[in-house]
Design a protein around this ligand. Structure first.
Ligand code: C5P
Length: 316
């Protein structure tokens, strides 16, 4: 049965470099694909089925109504102007939602590809990114399926970064409190009207990083770029416990912790997935109240499943 494993991403940097006339923000961000994937299956529905269907299982939080998988089917059908038959999709969520990991966008990109295969239609190359972007700002990155990229504009300008050499492990902590991307950008916008003129020095950080992405350099790079996410103050203004959680993770692990996207996931980079796993196990064993309802994942950059996770799905 045709299926895909849509991956998550983390943002190694996320600079807001302007406000566009359409209300979206102009971004400059380094995206890194990570080995934590949903599972999406798409097939033709039984003959006579009137509408596309989606069945969502796995982690809590992903709704069927308004799901980008169904929107991707609708957009592709509208694009082709053909009366294409209904599709039946199953989505097994392993990427936490509203967590800054791009899971919904990645599902949408995979749905766009699987639906083209199921219907045996092709989007013209010149239209692919426009269609992807119409589903969400992060969808072009996932549709292009790159290990790492510099992403700018609203999200539609995606430039591949050189491949990573050597091992990298990422330890992710997704707190129980999740954040709406729109709400975080709105909070950023309100605050930035008061504090102008901080962008220039920050932007050069991302430029330097775009020159090359060496896995061996990542941990050191993370230390220098701990605060390279402009949405952090806005996220903390909406989820005040994030600040304390980050302090605690840094004290416990001795590493800088970064926020992915608009949050609420925090992450640290390790030289290997095994070291990320050891650190995750130590955090889980400490039974910290602040992590009681959090999800913890140790991942490599390949996946498709985490190397280690806490709790295991059956434990909650
Ligand atoms: O594009 P997407 O639907 O994922 O964006 C969700 C929300 O995040 C948008 O409605 C917008 O408020 C905000 N956003 C933004 N600038 C971007 C991306 C997202 O302001 N580049």
């Amino acid at each position: 049965m045709p299926h895909a494993r849509p991956p998550a991403k983390v943002n190694l940097t996320l600079r807001v470099v302007g406000l566009r006339e359409d209300g979206y923000h102009e971004l400059s961000s380094v995206f890194l694909r990570i080995g934590l994937c949903d599972r999406l299956t798409v097939r033709a529905a039984a003959p006579g089925t009137a509408a596309d269907t989606l069945n969502v299982q796995g982690l809590d939080g992903a709704a069927v109504s308004g799901n980008l998988v169904l929107k991707a089917f609708e957009s592709l059908r509208a694009y082709t102007h053909l009366p294409l038959p209904a599709l039946e999709a199953t989505l097994d969520k392993q990427i936490p939602t509203a967590a800054g990991l791009g899971g919904g966008s990645s599902d949408a990109a995979a749905a766009l590809r699987l639906a083209q295969a199921a219907w045996n239609v092709r989007v013209a190359p010149a239209d692919e990114l426009r269609l992807a972007e119409s589903l969400g700002s992060d969808v072009p990155f996932f549709y292009l399926d790159m290990p790492a990229a510099h992403v700018s504009g609203r999200g539609e300008t995606v430039t591949a970064l050189s491949g990573l050499t050597g091992g990298v492990g990422v330890l992710l902590v997704t707190p129980a409190q999740r954040l709406s991307t729109a709400a975080v950008f709105a909070a950023y916008h309100r605050a930035s009207e008061k504090v102008a003129g901080t962008q220039t020095a920050i932007e050069s950080d991302t430029d330097a990083f775009v020159d090359g992405l060496s896995a061996d350099d990542l941990p050191g790079w993370a230390a220098r770029n701990r605060d390279a996410n402009d949405l952090w103050p806005a996220a903390v203004s909406l989820a005040s416990e994030l600040g304390g959680l980050r302090d605690l993770l840094e004290r416990r692990t001795g590493l800088p912790w970064l926020m992915s996207g608009s949050g609420s996931t925090l992450f640290a980079l390790y030289p290997s997935a095994a070291e990320a796993t050891d650190a995750g196990r130590a955090l889980a064993a400490a039974e910290l109240p602040v992590l009681a309802d959090a999800l913890i994942f140790a991942v490599d950059l390949v996946g498709p499943d985490p190397v280690w996770r806490y709790p295991w799905p059956s434990e909650r």
